[in-house]
Structure formats: structure tokens, C-alpha cells
Design a protein around this ligand. Sequence first.
Ligand code: FES
Ligand code: FES
Length: 200
Amino acid sequence: MEPSDWPTVGREWRAETGALAPAGLTSQLGLHRRENDMADVANQVANRIPTNLVVNGVRRTLDLVPWTTLLDALRDHLALTGTKKGCDHGQCGACTVLVDGRRVNSCLTLAVMTDGAEITTIEGLARDGALHPLQQAFIDHDAFQCGYCTPGQICSAAGLLAEGRAGDPDEIRELMSGNLCRCGAYPNIVAAIQQAVGRP
Ligand code: FES
Ligand code: FES
């Protein structure tokens, strides 16, 4: 391959040939790559997408870059930090919120995909100053220690109750298995959900 054939992106050249470009050329190519990346970011930032959400009953319009997750939109754009970021990879459930009544991992959901949806977070569960029955049940059963997983556990349990499938402890354990608790408060969490569903 002649130098004139080298692609403008150093990383691709390395991948294609398995070899390194001369030092001077590498830094030139790297600079070119960074300039391209920055131009891409600038273009994408310029192309923010207006996103309409009803969050905890309040209509909100956000101008978001397309890659903003619902979790980051809630925490960073709306200051609703009750929803927690645990793994940020869909594995722990700490970020669970309700989208149109359905529980979802907000870290795996792009905010623009929820345009027009009703979002309920832990901040939106209490009504008229009274705790949601699940919030009260978690207190009654001491269903948390550090509390980091608790907003996700409660939102997930609210979705579970709406699904009408919290029939017995085994079913609750199975259908809450996407919500991890590193403190191991599982028996208390199951008991709290049973109380909220009216099956102590
Ligand atoms: S933070 Fe979303 S699943 Fe862990
Ligand atoms: S209460 Fe600490 S992770 Fe669940």
C-alpha cells in the first residue's frame, strides 16, 4: 500500500493492515480523526430533538441529543435524582421507572423513544402527601438497608402490581428478579410487596 492510499483515519488503517503508520503520520491521522469526531458531535448537538414527556403528571419539553437515555434525562435534565444509576447496562434494575404504566430500565431506553409518554418515577408515587402503599410497606417491613436499589424496587413492584401477577412469594421473586439488592433485603422486599398487594 502506498502512503497516498492510506485512509484518513489511523484506526482503520491499523485494522486493515495490522501495521502501524510512521509516527508523524499517526499523529496527523489522529488529529484528523479527532477533528472529524468533534465535527460529528457538533452536528449532532445542533440536531437536538424536542421531546415531550409527562413526568409525574407534569408536561415537560426537553431538547435532547439523540443518545440521551431516559435515565439521564430524568436525573440530569429534570433533577429527578430519585431514580438511580447502578450498572447503566440493564442488569441491576436500579433505574426502573414506569413508562405508560409499564416498568422499564430507563438506562436502556432512549428518551426520544418515549416522546409523548407518561413517565412515573419514585417522586411521583405519593398522592396528596400520603405515601404509596408500596412505599409504606417497604417502611413497615424494613425492606431496605442502604436504599440505593429501593426506588427501582418500588417502581418495579408498582408495575408488577399493575400487571396483576404478584400471586405468591415465588411469583414475586421471579417477576422481581430484574431488580438486584446488594444489601440482600430480598425477604423483606417480598413481604412488603405481599402487604401492598393485600396478601400478607
Ligand atoms: S442502572 Fe439500569 S439496569 Fe442498572
Ligand atoms: S437496600 Fe442496599 S442495595 Fe438494596
